[in-house]
Design a protein around this ligand. Structure first.
Ligand SMILES: [Zn+2]
Length: 151
């Protein structure tokens, strides 16, 4: 198998495993929320630590000031034009196959090439030490761990 074919094959295998563990958006949001608030919830507005579920099951609402924070807020996945499921797939591919092209990403996750190109750039900038990187690193670690168990 040549190098390119191998890369394509690697990518397909990764995504196949990923889809078994994270079949839909909810699983992805749940994992992100779990990691984001693993040390507990602190309201960004008033510092209160008690919360209840917000409008979506994975968002948290401060019981004091009633403000709500989604799982993706203040992460690299905030304001993505595509689902978290797709964003996690892209993150995984970019992390595990470092020189994968944005064209190949586009073929693999079936969204527009330019969208993949921009998100890939955002991921690479983030990995160079943006504050969102800590959570991204943990997310990738956790995804990889679960994928390995699957193998
Ligand atoms: Zn609050």
């Amino acid at each position: 198998m040549n190098q390119k074919a191998e890369k394509v094959n690697n990518a397909s295998n990764l995504l196949k495993k990923f889809s078994t563990i994270f079949p839909d958006e909810l699983q992805c949001l749940e994992m992100l929320a779990e990691l984001k608030w693993k040390d507990g919830f602190v309201c960004r507005h008033c510092g209160h630590t008690n919360w209840c579920h917000g409008k979506s099951v994975t968002s948290r609402r401060c019981t004091k000031c009633k403000r709500e924070e989604s799982a993706t807020a203040h992460t690299i996945f905030h304001h993505c034009k595509f689902s978290l499921n797709v964003a996690m797939k892209l993150s995984l591919l970019v992390c595990q196959i470092p020189d994968i092209s944005s064209y190949e990403l586009s073929r693999q996750v079936k969204i527009r090439h330019m969208t993949c190109y921009h998100f890939q750039k955002r991921l690479l900038v983030c990995q160079q030490g943006q504050p969102e990187n800590e959570l991204l690193k943990e997310l990738l670690k956790e995804m990889t761990k679960r994928l390995e168990h699957q193998a």
